[in-house]
Every structure is written in structure tokens, then in C-alpha cells.
Design a protein around this ligand. Structure first.
Ligand SMILES: [Zn+2]
Length: 394
């Protein structure tokens, strides 16, 4: 057995992986690793880098894929298509993965670099960090104002971006968007990136620019930078911390900002962008739970109709889900419920965009996520500016 030269560790930014073993097998390196739960009960996100591969392929063995959120079954696991970046190249998705049976039950997953390399970074999906946001803001210069609305638990600036084509018209329809309440759910920020670009690309008189846009790209910024998955994290999940007495400083700062947003604005919408279980292959809207107020459920249905019209590639029945899964904290303490109860019946919905290729590979790259964002922005604008049916008289 030759002495291992390959070194593997969590990536410097948003890194996550515990490396269990490095060895050489049939001329290629094998790196066994697990996704770290870190500060929470769940695990899924991984992002690791290897140096010293010496011009060989690297095979990654994700040993706890069976324990991760939404990849527990062999079928769901088989949908995973992680991304790799070889040497100085760009990120790309691996084309295939292999699901292996474990001797005493369960499965794990392997994938191999598409070519030999000297160094490689591998992640569950395209990472999106503060530098990616900076690049987009630079590209859309002049449209988005950036302001720190508070500090994170670890003292980082919590940023909100804002765009209004005509600043002299207060009270126009507005959308408030947040992403990364669960810090590892990168598809949410790729979708937001598409919204930021779509708004910037339109002329001031067009539909998107008639709306006022507010967005917090990284709610759990600390977790996003540090590489935590963040779903059901301790002491409380960010999206269960929206009590009247908020349980996270970030949530408290955004609640205050949302009150400024809502003031004097009759038509409002809140979008909360997430990534779902790891094996899912679609984009969908999470409806209010069955026991939520009827008016809230009806408002969500009308928004879904607008989203369906923008995403005809996916059958409508796959575009909406009424959640029934178990929750570790009070389900009413999420953003959507808080927006309805605490912000004078403002509709807030969660949008889940898969980490994996969506709709049989129809959408799988970063620009595809941005395209989904553009369409969501259009759906939001249509919903906010549509003519409402007059109320029936008794
Ligand atoms: Zn989430």
C-alpha cells in the first residue's frame, strides 16, 4: 500500500465533511466521508476539498447518505448528482452515481471525478456564498441598495438588499424574500440570485420594476459561511424561531424590517426560499397546514395558480404540497405563520427548489436555478397586481 499523499478536508468556506478514510484502489484515490450534523439533529450538506491527487481520479464515498435528510432510501439516494470542481476549472455536476448495499443493511453512495486531477472540490450542490452575492450585486450595479439591518449571533452583518425603480412612490406592491433560513439549502439562494438579476434586467416601466423588492439573502449567515447544514439546528431551527418573542437575533432583526416593509403597503407577499429533502427532483410551493386559517389557505392557492402559469413544464399537482410531516418545534413559529398572524394577514409561502436536476434533467445548472427565480418573480408580480374579484354582496 503506497503512502497516501492525498489530503482531504472541509472546504475553506462553507466546508462540511468528516473524512473517515483515504486510500488508493485500482489506480484511483478513494475518499470516504460523512456529512456532519454539527449544531443540529439533521445532516445533508457536504463540501470538501482534496489536494495532492497527483493526476489521478478521485472516488468519493458518502458513507452516511442513508442518514441524511431525504436520501434515506436507495431510490432517493440514486437521484443525487453532487458537483465537483477539478483544478482551476468550474463546478459541474457528476453525470452518474452508484448506490451500494451495506453488508448489514442500508446503502451508501459513491461518485468519481470525471477526469484525473491534482486537486478537487466536491459538494452536494453548487455552493453559494457571500462572494457569489457580491458578484451579482456588482453585475447589477445601481439597482440594489444594500443595508445591514442587524447582526448575526456571531457578529456578522445581516444584509438586506432593496430595489425600487421609483423611490417617490411609497405603498406600491412589495415582495419581501428571505433565503438560507437553513444554512446549507443553497438552491434557495441560486433562485434568489435569479430574482435579483431579473429585476435588474427590466426597464423601470416593466412589470417587475413596478414592484418594490426587499430581500435577505442569508438569514443564517453564520451557518452558511461555516458550512452548517442548519436544518433543525440547536437551540432552535431558524424557521421555528418566529415567535412573537423571536428566538434568534437574526429573526428579530428581520421581523422589525418586515414591519417597515408592511407599513402603508396594501399588497404584500413574503417568499421564503429553501431546498427540500436531498433526493427530491422538483420545485414546489409549501402550502399552509390544514389547520391554518381558511383565508390564508385560499390566498396560497391563488398564488400557486400564478406560479403554475409560469412553470408549465411541471404538472400543477407537483407544484404544491400541504405539509404533514413531524416538526421538532411549534409549527406556528415559522415565517409564513408569523407573516399571517403578526403582519396583518400577509401571505408568506415557502418555495422548495431541489438540489438535484429538476424534471428529468430539464433544469440542473446554476442558470437554471436563476431561470426558476425569474419565473417566480414574474408569478409574484402577477399575483400582486392582478385584478381581484369584487366581494360578493350578501
Ligand atoms: Zn429549509
Amino acid at each position: 500500500m503506497p503512502k497516501a499523499q492525498l489530503k482531504a478536508r472541509p472546504a475553506a468556506v462553507s466546508g462540511n465533511a468528516a473524512v473517515l478514510d483515504i486510500r488508493r484502489e485500482r489506480g484511483e484515490w478513494v475518499v470516504e466521508f460523512m456529512s456532519e450534523p454539527r449544531n443540529g439533529t439533521e445532516r445533508l450538506w457536504f463540501n470538501l476539498e482534496c489536494t495532492g491527487a497527483g493526476g489521478r481520479r478521485v472516488r468519493f464515498a458518502w458513507m452516511n447518505a442513508h442518514l441524511c435528510l431525504g436520501t434515506g432510501s436507495a431510490e432517493a439516494m440514486a437521484n443525487a448528482r453532487p458537483v465537483v470542481r477539478l483544478d482551476a476549472g468550474d463546478w459541474r455536476r457528476v453525470k452518474k452515481v452508484q448506490v451500494h448495499e451495506r453488508p448489514l443493511g442500508g446503502h451508501f453512495l459513491t461518485f468519481t471525478t470525471p477526469a484525473p486531477c491534482r486537486r478537487v472540490q466536491a459538494a452536494f450542490c453548487y455552493p453559494y456564498g457571500p462572494d457569489d452575492l457580491k458578484a451579482t450585486l456588482k453585475k447589477t450595479r445601481g439597482i440594489w441598495d444594500v443595508e445591514a439591518i442587524g447582526l448575526t449571533g456571531k457578529g456578522r452583518e445581516l444584509l438586506r438588499v432593496h430595489a425600487a425603480a421609483d423611490k417617490k412612490r411609497p405603498g406600491r406592491p412589495g415582495v419581501y424574500i428571505v433565503a438560507r433560513q437553513h444554512s446549507g439549502e443553497v438552491p434557495g439562494t441560486w433562485v434568489l440570485d435569479g430574482i435579483l438579476r431579473a429585476v435588474a434586467a427590466e426597464e423601470p416601466a416593466r412589470r417587475l420594476r413596478r414592484i418594490e423588492w426587499w430581500a435577505v439573502p442569508f438569514v443564517d449567515l453564520d451557518g452558511a459561511v461555516e458550512g452548517n447544514y442548519g436544518k433543525d439546528c440547536f437551540p432552535i431551527d431558524f424557521n421555528r424561531a418566529w415567535a412573537d418573542m423571536p428566538m434568534r437575533p437574526e429573526v428579530g432583526a428581520i421581523q422589525e424590517d418586515l414591519r417597515y416593509f408592511a407599513e402603508g403597503r396594501r399588497r404584500r407577499l413574503v417568499l421564503d426560499l429553501h431546498g427540500p429533502g436531498g433526493g427530491e427532483t422538483r420545485v414546489y410551493m409549501m402550502h399552509p397546514r390544514k389547520n391554518a386559517p381558511k383565508a390564508q389557505r385560499e390566498a396560497a392557492k391563488s398564488l400557486q395558480e400564478c406560479i403554475c402559469a409560469q412553470i408549465p413544464e411541471q404538472p400543477p399537482e407537483r407544484l404544491g404540497v400541504v405539509p404533514e410531516y413531524g416538526i421538532r418545534w411549534n409549527w406556528r413559529h415559522n415565517l409564513s405563520s408569523w407573516a399571517w398572524d403578526g403582519l396583518n394577514k400577509t401571505l408568506g409561502v415557502t418555495i422548495e427548489t431541489a438540489y438535484q436536476p429538476i424534471g428529468d434533467g430539464l433544469w440542473s445548472d446554476r442558470d437554471d436555478y436563476r431561470e426558476i427565480g425569474r419565473r417566480l418573480a414574474n408569478a409574484a408580480a402577477v399575483w400582486l397586481t392582478r385584478r381581484r374579484k369584487p366581494k360578493a354582496r350578501p
